[in-house]
Design a protein around this ligand. Structure first.
Ligand code: ADP
Ligand code: MG
Length: 590
């Protein structure tokens, strides 16, 4: 083996820089975090050439004392912690003392800074880790950092950068999130000389949401809040119609830090699961306040990943807060949609790095707990907000005011109520109603059975037989009666009544199939997906004429459900057009 070399500082810094500074957006993130930590009320961010050519961050924060200026660029130099114990109580965004040294190792950096207490300010230039100049300068209180020619001395890294436009778009997405993370700070963001985003810093999140996502979006959110001893949550839950094709809009801010967390994402996705189609992800903006000693943020140099000491409670708090937010709001999507936010969404869901949680429990386990009533049990201990619609289309007392206009295309029912026209898909509605009926019976442990005479005979192979024997209780709870019929033949003598119209053995065999692949089930709720498929098969189809009376009964039952908005597969059951939507389309109003 070749001799061992001890690397020089410049090489060490370049290697370390690779971890912290991956692309221009990482520079912006680190510098803005420093500005936030400095107590700034105003931060301006300016980029040119996608941040590869030029990044300038200016703040009106504390500034840096003369003697500290060169020190700030030494690796592991930080004013934010003294020892590892301080990490337990970290309130600042930075603490690793790596950012300035890393940036200076791979770029041209110019720093101008002045503290309020000093008459003079300073200008310090450093390039590739080498000090170029250090002079007095007439500057205002606060700090400006200018970064030019990023990765000029690490060509391999530079080659991996994308176009200036793409690198710039990553920075824009980051700035949007930074604005949302600190409503109390006024941000200004300038790209190639023109102002792209600005926030007023008055502390009102809604005004920041306006500036980032536009005015219309706010009507498509429900405000949520939650308080317990160790966790406060506030923020916004997007109505299901705002769902996205990736996790980019699951925005979680923990103590003012934008974080990624499997636990938080899983909690949000579970809350939205009944309302979203497969492969859709919720749009949520949640602010969590959790005592720092219950967090570990030192998981990764970029400090975007986080672990919770009380993972389970955080999971449940988030899932419940969102569930309450969604169920409190009337979620019927309005047919005229608002344009999507300008931020470009990547075509594919980026891989999520999964940190090992404190507890060994996996995210799937939480979902399972949620299922088996654990979530309900915890929910009972949580402050309950009074629910649902006392007014609106879904309110029981408004039923007499619904005017059923009729059916179109033998599929959709049109109903007028107040200033809106509602369109209901009869198949989706029936499917949902049947599904809920069965789920309700299963939950109560009392599924109504229908006798089959003559019985249906099914023959099972060895593994199917074993699956049946292992789970016979579950089948009985679901309304099946299965009797041995000699050899491997079994007689189905009764089946769940709701599904009577189906070819009964289909349902039975599909559950057996599942069992053979997935072992034991403890609870009939675990075959919810099967129930959904069967409800779909048994429901009246589109393109079928049904009578007014049938439609009326169906609609009433649908509207009485907790979640009447989607079929079990997540497709919408109801959409609405307001009178003013129609007026707009006919250009009566503009
Ligand atoms: P960290 O943020 O982890 O402490 P950095 O390398 O980002 O490490 O910064 C080093 C130090 O420089 C900080 O601890 C802080 O004292 C000082 N500093 C950096 N940027 C600013 C700023 N914008 N305003 C005031 N002080 C700053
Ligand atoms: Mg820092």
């Amino acid at each position: 083996m070749a001799g061992i070399n001890i690397l020089d500082d410049s090489t060490i810094n370049k290697i370390a820089a690779g971890e912290v500074i991956e692309r221009p957006v990482s520079v912006v993130k680190e510098l803005v975090e420093n500005s936030i930590d400095s107590g700034a009320a105003n931060i301006s961010i300016e980029i040119k050439g996608g941040g590869i050519d030029y990044i300038r961050i200016t703040d009106n924060g504390s500034g840096i004392e003369r003697a500290d200026i060169p020190k700030a660029f030494v690796r592991h130099a930080t004013s934010k912690i003294r020892s590892i114990e301080d990490l337990m109580n970290i309130a600042s965004l930075g603490f690793r003392g790596e950012a300035l040294s890393s940036i200076a190792a791979v770029a041209d950096v110019e720093l101008m800074t002045k503290t309020a207490g000093s008459i003079l300010g300073y200008r310090y230039c450093i390039r590739g880790g080498r000090e170029m100049s250090f002079d007095e300068a007439g500057v205002v209180d606060g700090t400006t950092v200018i970064v030019r020619n990023l990765f000029y001395n690490t060509p391999a890294r530079r080659k991996f950068l994308k176009s200036a436009a793409t690198e710039g778009s990553y920075i824009t997405e980051l700035v949007e999130k930074l604005i949302l993370s600190h409503p109390d700070i006024s941000f200004k963001y300038v790209i190639n000389g023109s102002v792209k985003l600005a926030s007023d810093g008055k502390g009102d999140v809604t005004s920041d949401i306006y500036s980032v996502f536009g005015r219309d979006i706010i009507n498509r959110f429900a405000e949520v809040s939650y308080t317990s001893e160790n966790c406060t949550i506030s923020g916004f839950a997007g109505k299901p119609e705002t769902a996205r094709g990736n996790r980019n809009y699951e925005l979680f801010f923990v103590n003012g830090r934008l974080v990624k967390s499997r636990v938080l994402s899983a909690a949000a996705e579970e809350a939205y699961k009944p309302y979203l189609m497969l492969h859709k992800f919720p749009f949520v903006i949640l602010y969590l306040d959790i005592p720092p000693e219950l967090l570990d943020i030192n998981v990764h140099p970029a400090k975007t990943e986080i672990r919770f000491m009380e993972e389970r409670l955080v999971y449940l708090a988030v899932a419940d807060t969102l569930t309450r937010g969604i169920t409190r709001t009337e979620l019927i999507p309005q047919a005229v949609t608002v344009p999507e936010s300008p931020a470009p969404a990547p075509a594919q869901e980026p891989p999520v790095h999964v940190p090992e949680p404190f507890e060994t429990r996996k995210v799937q386990d939480y979902q399972e707990m949620a299922y088996t009533g654990y979530r309900e049990a915890v929910r009972q201990e949580m402050p309950v907000q009074e629910t649902l619609f006392s007014e609106g289309f879904l309110a029981e007392e408004n039923k007499p005011k619904h005017r059923i206009i009729g059916q179109v295309f033998k599929t959709y029912w049109i109903i007028e109520f107040e200033d809106k026209m509602y369109i209901i898909d009869q198949h989706a509605a029936h499917e949902k109603v049947m599904y809920e009926r069965i789920i309700k019976e299963v939950k109560r442990g009392k599924v109504t059975s229908q006798l089959l005479s003559p019985p249906v005979i099914v023959s099972l192979n060895a593994s199917e037989e074993a699956a049946l024997h292992d789970n016979i209780n579950v089948f009985e709870e679901m309304g099946f009666t299965v009797e041995s019929f000699g050899g491997r033949e079994y007689a189905l003598t009764s089946v769940p009544a709701e599904l009577f119209r189906l070819t009964e053995q289909d349902y039975f065999l599909s559950i057996i199939d599942d069992l053979v692949q997935n072992n034991r089930i403890r609870d009939p709720m675990e075959v919810k997906d099967r129930i959904a498929t069967m409800a779909c098969k048994a429901a009246i189809k589109g393109n079928t004429a049904i009578t007014f009376a049938e439609a009326d009964a169906l609609i009433s039952e649908l509207l009485s459900l907790d979640n009447p908005y989607n079929c079990p597969h997540g497709r919408p059951t109801i959409i609405a057009y307001s009178a003013s939507d129609l007026d707009k389309m006919f250009k009566r109003i503009v």
